[in-house]
Every structure is written in C-alpha cells, then in structure tokens.
Design a protein around this ligand. Structure first.
Ligand code: ATP
Ligand code: MG
Length: 723
C-alpha cells in the first residue's frame, strides 16, 4: 500500500522536505556526499505520484548507473506500493537508446541497429586505421577513439570540425569520418553516438520533441555534476519552457572531467533556468564524525569549489585505519584478513567494499580473496558480457539479427577457424569499402562475380550458410534454446571444449551461463516492440555488469572508485593510496587534474558508513613493472587526529613507523636478512621478506613472492639470495 504523506515526509529533515514539496518550476539541490540528495529525488517522485496525483507516465528520471536506476525504481515502488512500469528511469545512455529504438526511422537507423561497446569500438577503429594504411604506432587506436568520443560528447560531427592546418587534427578528423561511415553502413551505434543521435533526433523532428515535452512534465536528474555537454543539451531541450525540473548534484564529486563532464553545467543550469530555487543540504546521515571531518578537510584543499560544509549529529565512531604494506601482496592479505574478521564478528561480506583507482589493481586482490575462499563480485572491469567467449556468441546472434553488423562479422567470420584467411578478408574489406556495402553484402557480390578463389569462396559460402541455418533454426525457438543452438551450431562450444585447462573449462561454463542468462532474461517494458533476440542483445551491451552470475550470494564488492559514486557501504577499503597511483602519475604530471583526483578521493572516503581503511604499499608490481612509492599526498592532508596507523602483524608491531626495522635488524643479522629486504629464491623467484620467527638453525622467514604467493621458508634450506 502507498506510503501516506506523513510517512513520506517524516523521514526527511526540513530542507529535504522543502525540496520534496517544492512548487512547480526548476530546483537545484546542491549538497555534499551522504546528505540525502538521492533520497530527496526518490521521495519527490513518490510524493508527486501519491500526493499530487501525477501519472508515472509523466515522469523521467536520470541516474548515473544501471544499478542506481534499478535501486531507485525499487525504492519508489515500495513507497508507492506497486509497479511503476510506465515511468522512464534510466541512465542517459539507456534512455537515449530507448528513444532511438522508438524512432529509429527518423533517426536514420535500421530497425535492428546494434550498440557498439567500447571493446567493439576499439576493434573497429583498428580496422579503420588499417584500411587507411596508418601505422598504429604513429596513430594509436586509443588516441583516435578518445578523439572521436570527445567530439561526440561535445556534440560535434566531422562537418562541424575545422582541423585548420594541423596535420594531426586533419588525420584524426579523417579517421573520425571514415569510422562514422563504417558505423552508419553497418547500423552500429557507439555509446557517445546514442546521446548525440538522440539529441539530433529531437532537433530535426520538432514534433517528436514536442511529444516528449508534453509527456514528461517532471524531469529529475541525479549526479548532475557529471553531465557532459551533449547530456546537458539533451536535458535542456526536453525541459523546454514548460516542464518542471529537479537536478541534484555536488561539485565536489565531479570525477568524469576526463570523459568530458563539465562541472560548469551546475552554474549553466542556474543561468539557463532563471529563478531556480536552490536548496542546500548540510546534514550528513551516512558516515561517522571521523570519516566526515577527514573528508571535509581533504576536499577543502581544492581551490575551485562552490563551497559547503557537512555536519553529522552521529558519533565520531572509530578512527580511520591506515595500513602501510611492504608490497601489493601484503596489502591484499591485510584487506582479506580484515574482511574475514568482520565476517567472524557476524558481519556480512556485502558490507565490505574494496575500492581501487585502476581496474588492473583488482587481480592481486582477487587472488588473495580466492586463496582465502572469500566470495567477491566485481562491478565494472571485465564483466560477464565482456568475456571473449560470450562476445563471440553474441556476435553470431548479432549477425543473425542484422547481417550488416560488420563488427560482429569480423569477430566471428573465422572463429572457429574455417579457412577464411587475412587475404580473403582484405579482399572483402576492400570491396565493401569501394562499393559502400556491408561486408556481408560484399561477400554476396564477390561470390556472384566469382571473384574469390575456389577454396576461399567455399569457406565464405559455408560461413554465410551457417548464419542462415542458425537464423532458420532459432526463429522457432525460445531465446534460451536459441542461445544454446548458437553455441552448438557455431562450433564455439567444441572449440572452447578443446582449449585445455581451467581456462577452457571456465569458458565452457560461461557459455553455459549465457544460456541461463537468456533463459532468465525478462524483456523490459520499454523493449516491448523489439524481438526477444534484439532486446537481449541490447541488454547485453548496455547493462553488462548488472547481471552477474551470483547476484544473490553474499560477496565482497569490488569496484573502481569511479564506479562507487552514489553508493554506500558499512566498511570501505581504499587501497593503493600512493603517489603515482592515486593521484595517478598522469594527474600529477598534468597538474590541472589534481583537483579531480582529490574529488575522487573524497568520493571514495565518503562511501564509508562506519569504518574506513586506507592502505598503501611501498612497492608494487603493476602493469608489468615494479614501482616504489610513498604514501599519497591525500593521506597527509587528513588530520592525524582522525587516523590510527596499523602495523604489519610481525614481532615488530610495537615499533614506531620511522624505525620499523631497527629493532629487528640485530636479531635478524644472524641470518643475514632484514624485514622488507628483497630476496631471490631458486624456485619461487623474487620476493620480499615480510616476517620471520625463530633463531639460528630454526629461523624461518616469510617471503611474499611476486606472483607466487606468500611462503614460510627455513632459512637454512631456502638458499635465499639478497638482491
Ligand atoms: P551521494 O552524494 O554520495 O550520492 P546523497 O546525497 O545522494 O549521497 P543519499 O544516498 O540519498 O545521499 O543518503 C545517504 C544516506 O543517508 C542514505 O542511507 C539515506 O537513506 C540516509 N538519509 C538521508 N536522509 C536521511 C534522513 N533525513 N533521515 C535518515 N536517513 C537519511
Ligand atoms: Mg546520491
């Protein structure tokens, strides 16, 4: 049953209530982390529905991640007491996709258009570079990709760009142009394109825009500080002069500047929507006093701020624990031990979040968790739908849905190997380019003209027949059976079954899991008009990561600091807090990005409700090399009074930080080794001594080997060498 007005409003403070009940018009809620911005948004929607009799049909809400929109929908439904299908809640990308599906013709897209995720985009760009005869060393694909996406984020098509006389820019522009032609030919839409095209759709079709303006009387946007130019323009258009709009944001949490987000959009909004009501929330309900005060002090080091303070009437809570590790392995071990401690004290794994600066950091942490048999789930990073075998299968399905999907064609035309070599592919590509055809169509043409050698022609014909056969077969089956068919008929299953070892097994398991995913897939209401297959493919591309294998299982949550935005956890481990890692080397070098890194640190710290751990390692192997670093400057910006320093659990745990090794050196001298020293073992390779016990012939040392785990060794036998 729906919550009554007082139930809706009683759980809010005065300012929050004012925001929820604000009169029609435009409202900006500007407030720091954990002050209830998202809660205000959710309650506002429920209040509009319950108390103002608004229809769910008239509401559009934008959130930052799929996870956040699912949570918001869920909370609103529980406040309103029923399903809210007709309400549009989603990410900018998800909503733009929905619009383009509904109006694909007006948007100049084929009905079965597919989304190109960033991995596909990267591959396509590499192919474009090849077709333009450009050397990847001189023209790195990543750079071209960054250029294209940045232009799109700013709303710029090639025709809008004047490269002047800059040879570099001219070439990038040429790559952009060729890339876009290839996408258009194949009916492929990358992430940035979704937004740009949805915006253009409205600009060029005023009647469609007018329809949505009339429909969405209430537009609400969370995390507004991270909107980019095109997203802003999109919201601006939709709201027009008639809708009511509420945006919430925090300039201190703007962390996507590197991807085109503009903090200025907050001020721009105030300019564009004159007379907006501005509401500031100052009470924090999430974190303990120590965590909150530490975060406030940290962020005060930024010069460019709109300025706000947060307070809490909760207790100071525990101090922030700082752990200095010898290396990344010890850091990981420490984190896992604390997670287990929490579990032993009756806590849940899902209370714990491990946050890191870069995805590459997760591997060592994963290994430590696996080793200790602690379940974990990764948000972002290599998600289920991004794994090779899954993408292979989806590529077959995409080709079945849309023969001109060149990215899918390239991916599987010779996977499993069927004798279609690079030479044949080059012929097909060239022909496709010359005639402006998809690769599929140009294959048909080449076959008709008998332009391929006998063997190549047979192989290509075989592939095309296979796709046709799969199409015929699956037309009759449910999505689940169809997926199973694709896996079998394509030959992917037997190919991966032949791959030896755990990796091959895992791949086959993943294929199996895809069948499960297809079986449990429920077509969302907005995809009503799409075929099951198309809806599933869009889901896989758009919502990867939300649908991981074991969603119900209690697990530690792992993610980058960026993907943690908006979330909260009782225990947070922020790791790798070292100069060069966080702030990243690049940010330090470029200078102007330092403030954004500090905001990221602020975001990380303010995710913690009860306990925050900050860890760093003196040495770290990452990206294939070893680095040595000091603690991050951010750590020194936090007042000592909020910190407690935890030492490694060795016999020297009582020793002060500065002379941690001195006491042990004497007793240890007999063995010739010191704590923290790097050593070499004939079998295990290089490592660091992290602990020792005993003396004389009995003395043993504990060594953290790079990539080989941690081992106790008897010094007398171990044949360790100092390095
Ligand atoms: P962020 O900037 O990190 O996105 P936020 O401002 O959106 O944070 P919320 O996530 O909405 O903050 O709220 C933080 C926490 O405080 C949530 O657990 C929320 O339920 C709780 N909370 C917010 N307002 C109140 C209130 N008036 N009474 C009790 N709890 C509240
Ligand atoms: Mg929020």
């Amino acid at each position: 049953s729906p919550a009554t007005a007082s139930e809706l409003l009683d759980s809010l403070n005065d300012k929050q209530r004012a925001a929820v009940e604000s009169a029609p018009g435009s409202v900006l809620v500007l407030a720091g982390a954990g002050s209830g911005k998202t809660r205000v948004l959710t309650h506002r929607i429920a209040w509009l529905l319950n108390e103002q009799g608004e229809s769910p049909f008239s509401i559009l809400a934008v959130t930052f991640t799929n996870k956040a929109s699912a949570e918001m929908r869920h909370r609103i439904e529980s406040l309103v007491g029923g399903p809210m299908n007709r309400m549009w809640i989603g990410t900018f990308h998800g909503l733009a996709h929905r619009l383009l599906r509904a109006h694909h013709q007006e948007a100049n897209l084929p009905e079965g258009f597919q989304i190109l995720d960033s991995d596909d985009q990267y591959r396509l760009i590499r192919r474009i570079l090849k077709s333009l005869d450009l050397d990847e060393k001189r023209w790195p694909p990543r750079q071209a990709m960054g250029y294209i996406n940045a232009k799109k984020d700013d709303g710029l098509r090639p025709k809008h760009i004047d490269a002047g006389h800059h040879p570099m820019e001219q070439m990038l522009l040429r790559i952009y142009t060729t890339y876009q032609e290839a996408c258009d030919r194949a009916g492929l839409v990358d992430f940035a394109e979704l937004l740009l095209r949805a915006h253009e759709l409205w600009l060029s079709h005023p009647h469609i825009l007018a329809h949505y303006q009339g429909r969405f009387r209430h537009v609400l946007v969370d995390e507004f500080q991270d909107t980019n130019a095109i997203q802003y323009a999109w919201v601006r258009l939709l709201v027009g002069n008639t809708s009511n709009v509420m945006i919430v944001g925090d300039d201190d949490q703007s962390i996507y500047g590197w991807r085109g987000a503009k903090i200025e959009n907050l001020n721009k909004f105030l300019d564009d929507f004159k007379g907006s009501e501005v509401i500031r929330l100052e009470q924090n309900y999430r974190s303990t006093g120590n965590i909150l005060k530490a975060s406030n002090t940290l962020i005060a080091n930024n010069a460019e701020r709109m300025g706000k303070e947060l307070w809490t009437d909760g207790s100071d809570g525990e101090l922030i624990a700082v752990f200095q590790a010898f290396n990344e392995l010890e850091e990981a071990r420490f984190i896992v031990s604390r997670v287990k401690q929490h579990l032993e004290q009756g806590g849940a794994l899902s209370d714990c979040a491990i946050l890191y600066r870069s995805n590459a950091q997760s591997r060592v942490l994963e290994e430590a968790l696996l080793h200790q048999q602690v379940a974990y789930r990764i948000y972002g990073g290599l998600r289920f739908f991004e794994r090779q075998e899954i993408k292979d299968t989806l590529a077959y399905m995409r080709l079945v849905a849309n023969r001109s999907d060149d990215a899918a064609f390239e991916r599987v035309v010779n996977t499993p190997a069927r004798g279609i070599g690079d030479r044949t592919l080059d012929i097909i590509r060239t022909a496709a380019r010359q005639h402006g055809l998809s690769m599929w169509r140009s294959c048909q043409q080449l076959l008709n003209e008998k332009a391929l050698s006998g063997r190549a022609a047979n192989a290509v014909r075989g592939f095309m027949d296979l796709i046709g056969d799969i199409d015929d077969e699956i037309a009759e089956f449910s999505l689940k059976l169809a997926t199973d068919k694709v896996i079998q008929l394509s030959g992917l299953k037997s190919m991966y079954e032949q791959e030896k070892g755990e990796k091959g097994e895992a791949r086959v398991e993943n294929l199996q899991e895809l069948v499960t995913a297809a079986g449990t897939f429920e077509k969302p209401e907005e995809a009503e008009d799409m075929s099951d297959l198309n809806a599933f493919l869009a889901h896989a591309a758009l919502e990867a990561g939300d649908n991981q294998a074991s969603d119900s299982e209690d697990a530690v949550q792992m993610m980058t600091l960026h993907s943690a935005k908006g979330l909260e956890f009782p225990l947070v481990f922020m790791c790798g807090v070292e100069e060069g890692m966080f702030p990243s080397q690049k940010a330090v070098e470029e200078g102007d990005r330092l403030e954004e890194e500090r905001r990221l640190c602020y975001v990380g710290m303010t995710r913690a409700m009860q306990k925050l751990f900050i860890t760093y390692a003196e040495s770290r192997r990452i990206y294939g090399r070893e680095t040595f670093a000091k603690a991050s400057r951010f750590l020194s910006e936090i007042p000592e009074q909020h910190l407690e320093h935890i030492r490694p659990k060795t016999q020297v745990s009582q020793v002060q930080p500065t002379n941690r090794f001195t006491q042990t050196e004497k007793s240890f001298d007999a063995t010739g080794f010191k704590l923290g020293q790097r050593v070499k073992h004939p079998k295990f390779g290089d490592g660091v001594i992290i602990n020792y016990e005993g003396s004389g012939a009995q003395s043993r040392v504990q060594v953290a080997f790079d990539g080989q785990g941690i081992k106790w060794l008897v010094v007398a036998y171990a044949r360790l060498q100092a390095v």
